[in-house]
Structure formats: C-alpha cells, structure tokens
Design a protein around this ligand. Sequence first.
Ligand code: NAD
Length: 367
Amino acid sequence: MEIFEAIESTEHEQIVFCSNGDAGLKAIIAIHNTVLGPALGGLRMWPYGSEQEALEDVLRLSRGMTYKAAVSGLNLGGGKAVIIGDPRKDKSEALFRAFGRFIDSLHGRYITAEDVGIDVNDMEFIFQETNNVVGVHQVHGGSGDPSPYTAYGTIQGIKAALQWKFGDQDVGKYSFAVQGTGHVGINLVRMLREQGSKVFVTDINEESVAEAVELGAEAVGLDEIYEVDADVFSPCALGAVLNEETIPRFGFKVIAGAANNQLSTEKAGDELAARGILYAPDYAVNAGGLMNVSIEFEGWNKERALRMSRTIYYNLTRIFSIAERDNIPSYKAADRMAEERIEIIGKLKLPHMGKPHRFPGRERNHS
Ligand code: NAD
C-alpha cells in the first residue's frame, strides 16, 4: 500500500508513526477527521503480521470512530492508535510512557482510550505523560470500565428498534438471542432479565454462560444461536456475524447488539433490509461506551453518563426515519446521518486546533 495514497483514499487528516528503540515502541496514530472536535479513539495492542496490516487496521478503525461520534451527536472526531506487539509479552512502563509522550506532542488533536489488548494499568503509564487520555481509573476521577454504559446504551437502541418495528418498546414482551456474555453481554442479559424478557445465550466461555443461566437465561450451542426462535438477535461478541451463511437461517425480526462491525459486507446489510429484518446499525447502538468516556472532559458523573446514553434511542429513531425517507437500508442511513452532520457543522466551525482540555475533577498526582 502506498502510504499517501491510503491516507488520501480514506480521507485521513494525519498519520503519525511513533518509534522508540529503547522502549521497543512501534506505533501508529491515525487521525481521521477533526471537524467536530478532537479525534478520540482507543489504543489497540496486537501482534500484527506486518506493518502493512497494522496500518490498514488503524485506518479502518479511526474512520469508524468518526462515524460513531458524528452519528451520536458528540463533538468529537475520529482517531485510533495501534501498538505493534504482543500484549502478553511486550508490555512495559517504558513502552507506554514513550507512547504517552507521542500523544502529548499532538496537543489534544488525538485523545486515547482503552481498546483490545490494553487495560487500565497500561493507561496509568500513559496518563503519567499526557492528559489526553480518557477511560482512566476512577481513583483519578476517570470513568472506569465503559461496559455497563455500553450495555445500557444497547438497551436504548433495542427499545428504539422495537418501537419502530412493532410499535411497542416494552422489552419484557420480547425474546432475545444474545451472542457473547462478556463484559457488555452479561450486563445486557441482566437488564433484559430484570424486565422479564426471555433470553437465549451462547459463549465460548462456559463460566460466563453459567453466570447468564444464573440470571435466568437459557444456554444454547455456539452455532444454534442463529436459529433460535427469538424476536431480536443481539450480537455482543464478534464482528462479521451477519453474513451470507447466517442471514438465511434467521427467524429474527430485529438485529440490535453491541459488537463492532457486525455486517460482513454492505451486501449483508442490503440482504437484511430485503428480508424485512430491521438492523440497528452497530456503531450507533454501541456508542454508550464512547459517550461515557467523553464525559471526562467536563468531569465524569454516572447520572450524566446514563442520561447521555439514553440519547441513543433518538439517534436510532432518526436513522430509521432517514432509511424510510430515502428508501435505503439502515446501515446506509446511519452513514448518511453522520456525513450530513459533519458537513453541516463543518461549515460552521474550523477544524479542531488542539486546544488543551481541563478535565475538572481529575488528578494527575502520582506521588
Ligand atoms: P469481551 O471480550 O468482554 O466479551 C466478548 C465475549 O465474546 C467473550 O465472553 C468471548 O468469550 C465471547 N466470544 C468470543 N468468540 C465467541 C464465539 N465464537 N461465539 C460466542 N461468543 C464468543 O468484550 P466486550 O467488552 O463485552 O465487547 C463485546 C463486543 O462489543 C465487542 O465486539 C466490542 O468491540 C464491542 N464493544 C464493546 C464496548 C465496551 O464498552 N466494552 C464498546 C463498544 C463496542
């Protein structure tokens, strides 16, 4: 891949290659779009097979963050970072502090957070070098684990989809197939069961399945989940589970879950629409985690996080309305809504120039 060609074709603003031999750091920061605000997106650590693979991943993920923030009504742009390395072997204080300095050198144009392979302890090292990090531990006034807020936001997306499809958003009247009972999935199962919903679950992790069964869910096999008799399919594990092999097996009326990149291809999104299955676009449904960390800018508190997550209901309703108005599948409507917002707001504002954030209530005293 020619680097400038890749940057141009994906419409990125800036790519930063970060290297520090002493710390063993090889990282890429991709800033996709800062029209709405500073680029916010997690840091992923992964043993990529090649530098090319790492670049492709960070370009794809950072673009996705632009759309997620825009459709969610946040004043944030899209960015993402990757460290090339094995999270089980290659982590060190020096690695994360070196990376933190690179983030700091961007003066707030990019703000990092946790993603795959990174935990709150790694964030502490980054936080020693820069204030431009969210999702830090609550002892520093941060927002902590975003999963409960992602699950709460997912319920709001589910309600909007039920209301649109059936004219009744009482989740207790419906049945659900939840794929993945990890951090988000188990919180979702708990909330659904509290409302009295019938819930089927599956996961490769037997312990978490047992936890869901304790909550009153019924366990089914890994492949069986695609064919259970339920109104709603809620993917909360892997990407690309909506594909040409699974879709023909669906008896579901609605798809609404937290997993990222659920559609294997655009064609899969067209196929769901053609079959009359209402797809709630993943990046709009799972924005509760992003909303939760974004509140750290003004001082995090739980009530504000929950209140903001409830806006997911209205975002989804707007997406479904655009799909109906323009006679397009819902995944295209979500992209259109995001692009329209960036265009309109972009006319009003200059790109974010990297002004420092204050983060009231947060404490960087490590002594
Ligand atoms: P997690 O790793 O805690 O949970 C994922 C679960 O999926 C695990 O329990 C794992 O065992 C299970 N799983 C893996 N392969 C499976 C398979 N083949 N079949 C069934 N289950 C399988 O992750 P999480 O934080 O709960 O996130 C779940 C999804 O939601 C991911 O796609 C993530 O990107 C997305 N998401 C999470 C957040 C958040 O706040 N955590 C925010 C936005 C999006």
